[in-house]
Design a protein around this ligand. Structure first.
Ligand code: NAP
Length: 330
């Protein structure tokens, strides 16, 4: 099969198109399915692993943690999928040679694979699993977001932040977002159940954006219920004073990146802190499928490129200023 293979760790040029054997010679084991990949999402984790080789992602491995495709063969014991089903999922790092989305075939555990809602094409389906599963786990499972709560999303323009906005509006939250000036127009145009964009948006490059948020939230008296940090750096330290801090109502922080600063301060304010790393849970895909079917979340695709252009796709994503997802057609 054709695949984009890591030939070394380094710049985008280490991604090379090669002919390689099918995973497990194309024979799914018990509980597995062979999927013919039609589209593969590109994510920041891909270029981070390409650069660093972390998680064993060295020469010979195939990147790619978002797949949409068609079930080609079904292993023993798989009951919810048949040949020909259109499916999407986030491949796991434990998969042979994988995770392996940047290839013509992929061999996941069937337990992580869901059917694509009928109205979605492969490209838009491939834009969803990793970012939507991460946002769902962060906001709904760990963050326990409730209607009427006030949520800050840092990096609201990104793949994760933009779907987090759509989920949060569907859940009835008041959403404040931060992004750069170049992404502001895109952020204001993101479709949600309540119209477009967040309730408030701030440019994180302006020197005192936390004070501007405090002023907008009625002097901070109400405060934020949750900070969802998809940006890292100093976001947590800067937003900590904006979180609710009352004996019966304390704020929650959920981060998907490595934050800077002395997080020991959190104990003084009883703030809850959740670190989230992608969980491969098909049950979480079910509510997301419902939101997709009702068009309450809409995949946002910024660019579609050919599999062969994976290196160029990495270059573009690394340049920042995300306005939706980058997807490779296979
Ligand atoms: N833990 C997990 O399981 C998990 C899962 C998915 C993603 N992640 C991580 O979460 C992060 C976001 O992922 P993504 O897919 O949304 O990335 P993305 O689509 O590349 O978007 C990230 C955006 O963040 C913006 N940004 C940079 N610094 C910022 C700041 N200080 N404040 C606000 N926004 C800022 C950048 O926009 P500008 O260039 O316009 O500033 C950039 O486009 C990445 O680091 C990724 O590796 C973790």
């Amino acid at each position: 099969m054709k695949a984009i293979v890591l030939t070394a760790n380094g710049g985008p040029e280490v991604l090379q198109l090669r002919d390689v054997p099918l995973p497990r010679n194309g024979q799914p084991g018990p509980g597995e399915v062979l999927v013919r990949v039609k589209a593969a999402g590109v994510n920041p984790i891909d270029y981070k692993l390409r650069q660093t080789g972390a998680a064993g992602m060295g020469p010979g491995r195939i990147l790619g943690v978002d797949v949409a495709g068609v079930v080609e063969k079904v292993g023993l014991g798989v009951t919810h999928l048949v040949e020909g089903d259109r499916v999407f999922y986030a491949p796991e790092f434990t998969q042979e040679g994988g995770p392996g989305g940047y290839a013509e075939f992929n061999l996941p555990r069937a337990a992580i694979v869901s059917k694509i809602p009928e109205h979605l094409d492969f490209v838009h389906a491939a834009a969803m699993p990793l970012v939507a599963l991460t946002a769902w786990e962060s906001l709904m499972t760990r963050g326990r977001l409730r209607p009427g709560e006030t949520l800050l999303i840092a990096a609201i323009n990104g793949g994760v932040g933009s779907v987090a906005l759509q989920i949060a509006k569907a859940a009835g939250a008041f959403v404040v977002g931060t992004c750069s000036a170049r992404s502001m127009g895109f952020v204001q145009s993101i479709p949600t159940v309540a119209g477009t964009g967040p309730d408030l948006a701030f440019d994180y490059a302006t020197p005192d954006w936390p004070a501007a948020i405090r002023a907008a939230l009625d002097g901070g008296a109400g405060g934020l219920d949750i900070v969802f940090d998809a940006a890292g750096k100093d976001v947590l330290l800067k937003t900590l004073p904006l979180l609710k801090n009352r004996p019966d109502d304390v704020g929650r922080i959920v981060t998907i990146v490595n934050p800077e600063g002395k997080l020991a301060e959190l104990y003084r304010t009883n703030t809850e802190l959740h670190y989230v790393s992608l969980m491969h849970k098909r049950p979480s895909m079910e509510p997301l499928r419902v939101l997709l079917e009702r068009k309450q979340i809409v995949p946002l695709v910024e660019r579609v490129m050919k599999l062969e252009a994976a290196g160029e796709a990495h270059r573009k994503l690394e340049a920042g200023g995300a306005k939706g997802k980058t997807v490779l057609e296979v």
